[in-house]
Design a protein. Structure first.
Length: 212
């Protein structure tokens, strides 16, 4: 499965210079696949229509993803299944966020004034590599535009990964359920067993393997 990795890309350089980065993740709950975090520094003016990725249609997310990537600054951190099982999903999520912010800072060649993170906890004090001021915002993906943008980038990136994985493992419906424990996915697990992309530390997968 390999080690955690990161991806960083830059769009135009018209982002505001007081660096306030938004961070969100996708994939904490699924039974299979990686956890993905995105970090975004919004451009000015920011893309219209930003919102929590879960509230947007697939077509709206795709359009906003293209605009964010083209005009703003962004990075993605991906942590694979082996690391999720080793660290637990919370630890893996903190690592993915750290990778994403570090990648974006390397592109910027400077540190942010603040990192805004969706949720109630941040990697500050939980990952030794984390060295930036951080603030957790519950429901931030719906109220902070930079976090909304990060939620869109993270979800779209992970959904693409799961669609690609579905071609390798077609029984589980990952192109539709993104690895979440839907009835379709659970039924396929019982019939076909777990793949190398399943999270052995998650109860439905672990219980299935105990029964085999």
């Amino acid at each position: 499965m390999g080690q955690p990795f990161l991806i960083a890309k830059t769009g135009s350089t018209n982002a505001a210079r007081r660096l306030s980065i938004g961070v969100d993740e996708a994939g904490r709950g699924p039974l299979a696949g990686p956890v993905v975090a995105a970090a975004v520094l919004l451009c000015s003016p920011r893309p219209a229509g930003l919102d929590d990725s879960k509230k947007l249609s697939r077509s709206a997310r795709a359009l906003l993803e293209e605009r964010i990537k083209r005009r703003c600054l962004w990075a993605v951190g991906v942590v694979d299944v082996d690391e999720i099982d080793r660290l637990n999903i919370f630890g893996a999520t903190m690592l993915a966020m750290t990778l994403a912010v570090r990648a974006l800072c390397e592109q910027l060649d400077e540190d942010p004034a603040e990192v805004l993170i969706d949720g109630n906890l941040t990697p500050q004090g939980r990952r030794p590599e984390w060295c930036w001021p951080a603030r957790a915002i519950v429901g931030g993906d719906a109220i902070e535009p930079c976090i909304s943008a990060a939620s869109i980038i993270a979800k779209e990136h992970r959904d693409r990964m799961m669609r690609a994985y579905a071609e390798q493992h077609p029984h589980y419906g990952w192109e539709r359920n993104a690895g979440y424990g839907t009835p379709e996915h659970l039924a396929a697990l019982r019939t076909h067993g777990a793949t190398p992309l399943h999270r052995r530390s998650f109860a439905p997968v672990a219980q299935l393997e105990l029964q085999i």
